[in-house]
Design a protein around this ligand. Sequence first.
Ligand code: OOG
Length: 263
Amino acid sequence: MTLLTNKNKEIIEYLYAAERDVREVIKVTDEYPELTVKDAYELQDGLLARKLVEAGTKTVGVKLGLTSKAKQVMMGVNEAIYGYLHNDMLAFEWEAIRYSELIHPKVEPEIAFLLGKDLQGENITEEDVLDATQYVAPALEVIDSRYKDFRFTLVDVVADNCSSAKFVVGSKWISPSTLDLGNVGMVMSKNGEVAQTGSSAAVLGHPATAIAWAVNELGARGKGLKKGDIILSGAITEAIAFKPGDSVIANFEGLGSVSMYCK
Ligand code: OOG
């Protein structure tokens, strides 16, 4: 365990309070431009620990972000990011997402992986990921950056647990060996109109490649994933904004659909 400096404690408190009080804040790098990506992951860990103590949350897995070239170009970066999923982020298809609990949410389509084995290492491959995966399912991730106007640098977004807020997983989980996960077509509609279309190939060529990258990054920091962990492998398309009254459904070829509504 690393000891937190006063500066880190202050930043963690700042981000924790923004999420708890459902308000946007000025990005951290405006005040601390010297922060590195490595510092940002330490802040993310600190934020997680703060939530464990304060809100009693548990981690249920990890999520990947900025895995598509389009999103990396948009952000001017060439690396993906990862953050933690907590039990209180899990939302259900039959339960509305409450707009009042979020700042300026957006939703994006992803493939969820459920691990049937522990997965840790620094040379993990796409094959290792598929071997450790018991099931895959369609998912919608709700992201809600705590930063003003959803604008941030790589350091800011990592410290903010990669904008994580909620996620919904479809009820049908299937074995990963029953389809080509490297090219799953997806159509996401909002209120019955097509909003985004894409393929899982957009996720670093194959979602399991993206996961292998994250596992190796975690491995370099002495961390790993456990049997039963859920992994959201990264957005297939750009995220879309939603408001109360909106419903969103994503249909994945061979995987089925997942939906959410907001009130
Ligand atoms: C960062 C997180 C994006 C993804 O899958 O690309 C993300 C953001 O755009 O707020 O989760």
